[in-house]
Design a protein around this ligand. Structure first.
Ligand SMILES: [Zn+2]
Length: 181
């Protein structure tokens, strides 16, 4: 790795708390989904390739896979450098991250750690977990980034307020299914 890339990566890590947010909210479609109790669901579900892309070192958009999840991405030289998806339950103060990925050339440079640290700073008091199990290869990664973190990014089932593919459930859905696990 040359010095230029090394310093570009350092700058990117330092900028992790400067995030450009694209809300991606579709109030009318969400309203329709809510009033029809999910019967009419025209909420957009972009693929990962269709996600909005802004020219910023760090950006936060809707997730390409799950409703209600967010996608935090870092970019370098106009392309993707790091991505992670996450959701936070406002009732339980628990956050889940899923599928962090760093582009190969930039791996082991602390980008993921910086991105996750920024998310923690934005959500004080939240304990962090992963939504799925840890692959054997990723265990050293999780134990390193989880050090000293509330929840330590251990695998944990979604709480009753969050569904894996639907984010935080709407109120009517919470009422529909009493809180039993
Ligand atoms: Zn919850």
């Amino acid at each position: 790795m040359d010095d230029e890339l090394r310093s570009a990566l350092r700058r990117l890590r330092e900028e992790a708390d400067h995030v450009v947010r694209v809300s991606g909210r579709t109030p009318v479609r969400s309203w329709l989904y809510d009033v029809t109790r999910g019967r009419i669901d025209r909420r957009p579900r972009p693929t990962v390739g269709q996600l909005p892309w802004v020219d910023a070192p760090w950006q936060d958009t809707v997730s390409g896979r799950y409703h209600g999840w967010r996608c935090r991405r870092a970019s370098l030289k106009g392309g993707l450098a790091f991505v992670v998806e996450y959701v936070v339950c406002p009732y339980c103060n628990i956050g889940w991250v899923d599928k962090p990925y760093t582009v190969e050339d930039y791996q082991r440079c602390g980008l993921a750690a910086a991105g996750l640290a920024a998310l923690r700073a934005e959500h004080p008091g939240v304990a962090w977990y992963t939504g799925s199990g840890h692959l054997r290869d990723s265990r050293p990664f999780w134990s390193a980034v989880g050090q000293g973190v509330d929840g330590a990014y251990q695998p944990r089932e979604m709480c009753e307020h969050v569904e894996h593919h639907g984010g935080v459930k709407p109120r009517w859905k919470l009422r529909q299914r009493p809180q039993r696990r």
